[in-house]
Design a protein around this ligand. Structure first.
Ligand code: BTN
Length: 244
């Protein structure tokens, strides 16, 4: 059954998604505060929570995630617990793979969790440890035509990058890619992320703490190594990086 929205957004065909992901529990909501909050209510591993819009979409570091009705994909998945840094990298890889499967876009990854197209953020990933599970939250900008000017990082959507895609196809690809990438070994994830991201090696960056330097790889736990101009190597445990 297709569900209609009050505006001109095409109804989301959740039944088509369910038929392509047999056996998966996919809970779809017209509107939620946040799929992260809903996922916490029942931590059944493998469960997928999708909302057409979020009224309190959460980004990392307490930021908001703008979640306009029908313009994006707002998804949380309940996963078996794993060390968060490497898991975050695998979720970024999965999101990148889902985006490249529905478009010919070149998709970059900015450690730890930003998914970039032409240097602008098109998707973001958050992960929360909840008892013995992880709730992975992924937001993808699909058909927004504008973003507020005061975002901390410039944003884009698939539509703004010239791609029209069905959110149903994108959701199916995303779930399949999350399943695939979260099964990889930590070494494989570190290697794939290093290959996929322009930020891991040789990029001059400023860290949120103010530290500046050139990136020189990931450590075995998935943290970013940065060589400062005085030769000291720092391991970045938290916060984002920006190119300079
Ligand atoms: C980031 O700050 O880059 C992470 C953004 C994560 C947004 C997604 S949208 C689906 C899920 N529900 C939320 O409230 N947040 C995540």
């Amino acid at each position: 059954m297709k569900r209609s929205l009050p505006n001109s957004v095409p109804p989301f065909d959740i039944d088509s998604v369910r038929s392509r992901l047999p056996g998966r529990r996919i809970d779809w909501f017209q509107s939620l505060d946040s799929t992260m909050i809903e996922a916490r209510r029942d931590l059944q591993p493998g469960r997928i929570v999708v909302a057409e819009q979020q009224t309190a979409g959460m980004g990392r570091h307490g930021r908001k995630w703008i979640s306009e009705a029908g313009a994006g994909l707002y998804v949380s998945m309940v996963l078996a617990a794993k060390p968060i840094p490497v898991l975050m990298l695998s979720l970024g890889l999965a999101t990148r793979a889902a985006l490249t499967s529905v478009s010919r876009l070149i998709v970059d990854l900015r450690w730890p969790n930003d998914v970039l197209i032409n240097g602008k953020k098109c998707a973001g990933v958050i992960a929360q440890l909840e008892r013995d599970t992880i709730i992975a939250g992924i937001g993808i900008n699909v058909s927004q035509t504008a973003f507020p000017d005061d975002l901390d990082t410039p944003a884009t959507s698939l539509l703004l990058e010239g791609v029209t895609t069905s959110r149903e196809d994108l959701l199916v690809a995303l779930v399949e890619c999350v399943d695939r990438y979260t099964q990889l070994s930590p070494d494989e994830i570190l290697r794939e992320f290093t290959n996929a991201s322009s930020y891991v090696l040789g990029k001059r960056v400023r860290v949120e703490s103010g530290l500046e330097g050139v990136t020189c790889g990931l450590d075995p736990a998935g943290f970013l190594r940065v060589r400062e101009d005085n030769g000291t190597e720092a391991v970045i445990l938290a916060g984002g990086v920006r190119p300079i």
